[in-house]
Design a protein around this ligand. Structure first.
Ligand code: PLP
Length: 434
């Protein structure tokens, strides 16, 4: 069962969670001085409009018409009731997912890529540098840059560059340039290669390279696909649509809202519009909000809550978040987009204050859920998305155990049609839990 809306129902403003958070966000600190950073410190990397959104306390921020016109190429995305999965699990729970895989790049990432490209173009920037893990973000940004006539240069985590060659081809098709990271194009990349020439890289290293690239090219800005407040803001169209569609389906609020968590953007996109309903710590009477991460990169479940750099080389401002340490290099699991040592400060704020839960799964159990979902419903999910599916299945089984009619909502953040090597490994007994 699919709940669709016409393009004119796409939200026309983003939802800013800042005024609703349990405590104010702590400011990012300058990597050199340790003082709180101001707009001028960030201006070499980001356009002023995005810096304004990063720090905004306005409850709603209008989406520019030009951005909305592009989002409407695929938005609103469908809300789907996974009836066949419910039947396969024999659960009284009702399972819904928001299908973000229908975007041109196949994931939620274009929701912010388009907005970021727009604001950079409006400020007269000609080139954007960025990093990508599994390639979802790099392909979304290449697509968005192409639409606004910007050059796009992507540092792709080496492990994924080799595991997922077709994502590189997507980026190149949309006019992006891609190199494996660490590369010898930056000081940060060279330093890592000198220490460990065979490294698979990490998102932290690729961010260092992309930031250095932007800092050393005058016409270039840097763009990040997750973690930052403005990125999470742009993703809230997902949850805003989902709320309307759940109403259409005859539901009230869901009992639980789930998303995989790499840097936190798809989870935030779905979950943040539910924060005012969630009833505070330990969920009061509202929906439970749940982050799902890999047990090989357990940032929220095992990390320390402290100020840390966003990148490996220590070039970015320090942000207050759960972190495994900026030098942590996660094992090369197939969910490349979840291999990040930190998490969005907004997500960490919610988890720290008990407004959001976090759980972690090893990749074997994640792929088991992905295959179960594909066999019941049809679509083959991205390995990142499959983390949310694992949790949704476990919630549905817990509802069955308790004899409860739980309403479960999760974010189907992307398809896995370019992740088939990972499925091949799982189906033929070659997937190891790391
Ligand atoms: C399909 C998909 N889901 C989830 C993620 C995790 O990122 P985030 O936590 O920012 O949503 C990624 C990152 O690349 C992704 O490609």
């Amino acid at each position: 069962m699919r709940y669709l809306m016409t393009p004119d129902k796409t939200p026309s403003a983003w939802f800013n969670v800042a005024p609703h958070l349990p405590e104010p966000l702590s400011p990012p600190l300058h990597p050199g001085t340790g003082e709180p950073v101001g707009p001028d410190d960030l201006a070499p990397l980001f356009p002023m409009a995005l810096i304004g959104q990063e720090m905004s306390a306005e409850p709603w921020i209008d989406i520019p018409g030009e951005v909305l016109d592009i989002l409407r190429l695929w938005r609103p995305t469908p809300l789907v009731r996974a009836r066949r999965l419910e039947q396969a699990l024999d659960t009284p729970a009702r399972i819904y997912f928001k299908d973000e895989s229908v975007s041109p790049a196949g994931s939620h990432k274009p929701n912010t890529a388009v907005a970021q490209a727009y604001y950079n173009k409006a400020e007269g920037i000609g080139r954007i540098s960025s990093e990508t893990g599994a390639g979802q973000w790099g392909s979304a940004l290449s697509f968005a840059c192409q639409l606004f006539g910007l050059e796009c240069f992507v540092y792709m985590v080496a492990a994924s560059y080799h595991q997922k060659p077709y994502r590189r081809v997507m980026m190149e098709t949309w006019g992006g340039q891609v190199v494996p990271s660490p590369s010898d194009l930056t000081q940060a990349g060279k330093a890592v290669l000198a220490r460990d020439p065979d490294t698979g890289g990490s998102l932290g290293i690729a961010i260092s390279e992309a930031v250095e690239d932007a800092a050393t090219h005058p016409d270039t800005h840097y763009s990040l696909g997750s973690v930052l407040n403005h990125v999470l803001l742009h993703q809230t169209v997902i949850g805003l649509e989902a709320k309307q569609q759940l109403e259409q389906a005859g539901e009230g609020l869901p009992d639980v809202v789930l998303g995989s968590c790499g840097g936190g953007s798809n989870l935030a996109g779905l979950a943040l519009p539910f924060v005012p309903d969630c009833g505070g710590a330990n969920n009061g009477s509202g929906p439970r909000l749940v982050a799902v991460e890999p047990s090989s990169c357990p940032t929220l479940t095992e990390g320390r809550f402290e100020y840390d750099f966003g990148d490996e080389a220590g070039m970015t401002p320090k942000i207050l978040m759960y972190t495994l340490g900026h030098e942590f290099i996660p094992p090369p699991i197939h969910a490349g987009g979840l291999r990040y040592h930190g998490d969005a400060p907004i997500i960490c704020n919610l988890v720290k204050n008990g407004w959001m839960e976090a759980i972690a799964y090893p990749q074997g159990k994640v792929f088991e859920a992905a295959v179960q979902f594909a066999r019941a419903q049809g679509p083959i999910p991205a390995p990142e998305t499959a983390h949310a599916i694992r949790a949704a299945i476990d919630e549905a089984l817990a509802a069955k155990e308790a004899g409860e009619e739980r309403v479960i909502l999760f974010n189907y953040s992307g398809h896995g049609l370019l992740d088939l090597a990972a499925y091949d490994a799982y189906l033929h007994g070659q997937l190891v839990d790391v």
